[in-house]
Design a protein around this ligand. Structure first.
Ligand SMILES: Cc1cc2nc3c(=O)[nH]c(=O)nc-3n(C[C@H](O)[C@H](O)[C@H](O)COP(=O)(O)OP(=O)(O)OC[C@H]3O[C@@H](n4cnc5c(N)ncnc54)[C@H](O)[C@@H]3O)c2cc1C
Length: 371
């Protein structure tokens, strides 16, 4: 075999896996179609280190998020990656929502996440400018500079002797004896073939296509492109908010409601919302006509907000396997020997909390590799 392990996709998850497995064996390759890392979902998100509050008990999302956030905080401290454990408030703005936040508290506790129920006066101490009847306070939620994080995973991969090949798109995968033949196409559309014992499919929005390319077609694992748009809060009002503030989430977790996120530079964003796009639709435009809807949603808990305080910012696309209206789906991470593809590890539907869980996902994948 030309390679021992081949990882497809240099987003935050593929990079974390590459950094984790490159020390185990020689000949580890990370392939990425763009000229550098993190050009898709990994650089178009809220950069929140999630606590693990909402995910169903026993799910991979719950387990890997809770493990992943601890690993990530330790990693950031050790590697001097900018982060802030700023905490998050989930605010109830009506009597009905007070009931819901109590349910959220129980789900979080099932996942081992402790939340504090705050009364109005306690909320005012933390965030004097917001409106909430009651709120849950999550102390372990934070934010991270995801670009610095990915850069560190890249450096660790290279230091371990792993090889990263940018500008190389995987266009073919064929099962052969004891491994796989990979076809690559470079920027000039020249194609190359090589063989590898193990394939790790971490191709984000096209991970279903990669799996299909190898011969595994599964309607149940079809990726739905699900867009999330953001508006930005103009200065000086961005200084009125110090931490993450979320409304009560939608009941099937298609998204967790238009919320307020802060970033490492002190910027404040509203979003993301939830819009299912057609298949393969890389539409990153922010829709100016959504201004009204964003304003109205946020105004409920940001009473100081005026219509012109927000402007369109950016959008990201979630690689969802949950179809519109369906109950929440878990991450799909599996070694596909049972489907007849030993040594082929699929990661499909790695939406939020994929950034938070990048290190725990990498550990999980490590255990699926037989070396
Ligand atoms: C709006 C939004 C907000 C989010 N907020 C958060 C948050 O606050 N906290 C959190 O924990 N998570 C969040 N997430 C989720 C998080 O961003 C993702 O889980 C994470 O970025 C997924 O990383 P990835 O490496 O799996 O995928 P990607 O970043 O999509 O990387 C996949 C890579 O594979 C490459 N690729 C694809 N096909 C091929 C091919 N054929 N050949 C070669 N390369 C290929 C792509 O170019 C891409 O670089 C959010 C997501 C969205 C959309």
């Amino acid at each position: 075999m030309d390679a021992e392990i081949t990882i497809i996709g240099a987003g935050v998850v593929g990079l974390a896996i590459a950094a984790r497995v490159s020390g185990l064996t020689g000949n580890v390759f990370l392939l990425e179609k763009h000229p550098t890392f993190g050009q898709e979902t990994s650089s178009r998100n809220s950069e929140v280190i999630h606590a693990g509050i909402y995910y169903p008990k026993g799910s991979l999302k719950a387990k890997l998020c809770v493990e992943g956030k601890e690993l990530l905080y330790e990693f950031c401290i050790k590697n001097e990656i900018p982060f802030k454990k700023c905490g998050k408030l989930i605010v109830a703005t009506s009597e009905e929502e007070i009931g819901v936040i109590k349910d959220i508290m129980r789900t979080a506790l099932d996942n081992g996440v402790k939340l504090e129920l705050l009364e109005r006066d306690e909320i005012m101490v933390l965030e004097p400018e917001i409106f909430a009847l009651k709120a849950l306070f999550s102390r372990t939620t934070g934010i991270v500079d995801s670009h610095s994080l990915m850069k560190r995973y890249e450096t660790n991969t290279l230091n371990n002797g792993g090889q990263i090949v940018y500008g190389s798109e995987v266009t073919g995968l064929k099962k052969i004896q004891n491994g796989y033949e990979v076809t690559l196409s470079d920027a000039d559309k020249k194609t190359y073939n090589f063989t590898t014992r193990i394939v790790i499919n971490s191709a984000g929005l096209t991970s279903d296509k990669i799996s299909e390319m190898a011969g595994m077609r599964d309607e149940n694992l079809r990726i739905m492109f699900c867009k999330g748009e953001y508006f930005r809060l103009n200065p000086p009002k961005n200084r009125l908010i110090n931490r993450l503030v979320y409304p009560v989430p939608l009941h099937n977790l298609e998204g967790i409601g238009i919320h307020v996120t802060v970033d490492m530079a002190g910027g404040v964003k509203l979003g993301p919302d939830v819009t299912y796009l057609g298949e393969n639709n890389y539409d990153y435009k922010v829709t100016p006509t959504k201004h009204e809807a964003f304003f109205r949603s946020a105004k409920k808990f940001l009473p100081f907000l005026e219509y012109d305080d927000i402007v369109p910012d950016m959008a990201g696309i979630r690689p969802k396997i949950q179809k519109p209206g369906e109950p929440v789906r878990d991450f799909y991470i599996n070694e596909e020997a049972e489907k007849g593809f030993p040594g082929f590890i699929n990661l499909i539907g790695i939406e939020s909390p994929g950034l938070t869980s990048s290190l725990s996902i990498a550990n999980y994948v490590r255990k699926l590799i037989r070396i």
